[in-house]
Write a protein that binds this ligand. Structure first.
Ligand code: UDX
Length: 477
């Protein structure tokens, strides 16, 4: 099928590349000329495991192209994906101006061939009808003899950064919302190879499940709501386990064991029960806020979702509270951060807990050092100009009074903590993701503090703290 994807951000590029991989003729459109040039040369502008390989292979087969010419791409395609950004406005609402601009371009360029317009961007509930109206009003202004025919379908994405290629080919479900059976059946045809798991082999894809992918067809508003509901539920699940971690820390229980114990109940499930210093990224914060805002617009106070956000806001600064419990005054102390990104396997710092943590440590007068495998220069975020970015474990820990593990990058599990402990003023580890082995850290000489679990080790640290006129006076967790 002939497909055009408008907007080559994270979602658009992954969607376009994956649809080309399963044999469709895909043209990806972006108005950023420099970015289009980069993609035309076979380079992915974002870091995503496997993306470049699949992109280059589809380009070499001739079924993936990149252009800035939106009108020609629209006219030549049967299925048009709108995949432009819908960033959050300061009020929490989605900024839909880019979706509106694309809808106008479609109304302006659409020709006689029937087309399916697919909303892939996460758009406010009700946007499907709104997009249809914008396209129709543009068409009317053209005074054509024959009115071009089209339908709008909502097809939300559920891709995780760092696993986007795997998730595209191994979805738990495909959601299609719309009221036209012709459009829905074309969409099913488009996704048939993914549904039937008939995907050309490629090392970057990973192992496919053998089961057919469920396709959920709904009306437009329900499909749009499913996207917000999924992300809000997952964020709520994490805030729930984080709240429980805070209770565990106080009553002397271990949240890791509690999560395991409740997660085996199939009604609860064991995913997204990892307690830590909070959720971030480009989707959860934006989507939970947008759903709260939509509820407000319709006169409903979404109390549970507001609590989900409140728990997360507090959770992000929990590491500072724990640092204060052991180091007391943070002014003049040096704190080393292990990881900066909102989760591992991405270079994304959008709404990352690390940013709030650095702001607070700066406010309290602490010196901040950081090591992240993918963030090694300050241009990624303005806050990084206040941080000493280190490129080795030794560089990070040297002279530190405490470390905070912010992102659960795999390499942190393999560091030589015996050697690292020796280079620190006081070997204290606040494990913000409950990622490291507490016993290994304790044996290496660290005082280990997780989130909602018993602390481990302390003799060496106590001695060094006493030397600095400080003490560990209570078990913090
Ligand atoms: C999320 C959704 O998972 C995806 O379906 C949607 O399309 C986009 O938003 P992503 O933002 O890539 O994907 O990250 P995800 O892996 O879901 O993690 C989100 C945040 O939650 C991260 O900050 C992560 O560290 C945190 N998290 C996740 C936890 O704190 N605990 C967990 O158990 C799981």
């Amino acid at each position: 099928m002939r497909v055009c994807v408008i907007g080559t951000g994270y979602v658009g590029l992954v969607t376009g590349v994956c649809l080309a991989h399963i044999g469709h003729d895909v043209i990806c459109v972006d108005n950023n000329e420099a970015k289009v040039k980069v993609m035309q040369s076979g380079t992915s502008p974002i870091y995503e495991p496997g993306l470049s390989e699949i992109m280059q292979s589809a380009m070499s087969k001739g079924n993936l192209e990149f252009t800035t010419n939106v009108s020609t791409a629209i006219a030549n395609s049967q299925i048009l994906f709108i995949a432009v950004g819908t960033p959050a406005l300061p009020t929490g609402e989605s900024d839909t101006r880019y979706v509106e601009a694309v809808a106008r371009s479609i109304g302006f360029a659409i020709n006689g061939e029937y087309k399916v317009i697919v909303n892939k961007s996460t758009v406010p509930i009700g946007s499907g009808d709104w997009v249809r109206q914008i396209i129709n009003s543009e068409i009317e202004q053209r005074n054509l003899d024959t009115t071009p025919q089209f339908d709008v379908v909502s097809n939300p994405e559920f891709l995780r950064e760092g696993s986007a290629i795997y998730d595209t080919f191994n979805p738990d479900r495909i959601v299609l919302g719309g009221n036209s059976s012709e459009a829905l059946s074309l969409m099913k045809e488009l996704y048939q190879p993914i549904v039937e798991r008939a995907i050309p082999a490629n090392d970057a894809i990973g192992k496919l499940s053998a089961e057919t992918v469920p396709v959920v067809t709904t009306d437009l508003n329900s499909a749009e709501t499913i996207k917000y509901a999924a992300n809000s539920f997952l964020a709520t699940k994490i805030s729930f386990i984080n709240e429980l971690a805070n209770i565990c820390g106080r009553v002397g229980a271990d949240v890791v064991q509690v999560a395991q114990g409740i997660g085996l109940d199939s009604r609860i499930g064991n995913k997204f029960l990892q307690a830590g210093i909070g959720w971030g990224g480009s989707c959860f914060p934006k989507d939970v806020s947008a759903l709260i805002h939509t509820a407000d617009d319709y006169g409903y106070d979404a109390q549970l979702l507001k609590a989900t956000v409140r728990v997360n806001t507090t959770q992000r600064l929990l590491a500072v509270e724990k640092l204060q419990q052991v180091l007391k005054i943070l002014k003049g102390k040096t704190v080393g951060l292990l990881g900066l990104t909102f989760k591992p396997d991405t270079d994304d710092l959008r709404d990352a807990p690390a940013i709030n943590l650095i702001e607070e440590l700066n406010r309290l007068g602490a010196k901040v050092k950081a090591y992240d495998p993918l963030i090694q220069s300050p241009e990624h975020h303005s806050i990084l100009s206040t941080v000493d970015l280190e490129t080795t474990p030794d560089g990070l820990v040297n002279g530190c009074d405490a470390l905070v593990l912010v992102t659960n990058w795999q390499e942190f599990a393999n560091w030589d903590y015996v050697q690292l402990a020796k280079q620190m003023n006081t070997p204290i580890m606040i494990d913000g993701r409950n990622y490291l082995d507490a016993n290994v850290l304790a044996a290496a000489g660290f005082y280990y503090i997780g989130i909602g679990r018993p602390t481990a080790g302390n003799s060496l640290v106590t001695k060094r703290l006493q030397h600095n006129s400080l003490s560990i006076d209570n078990k913090v967790a």
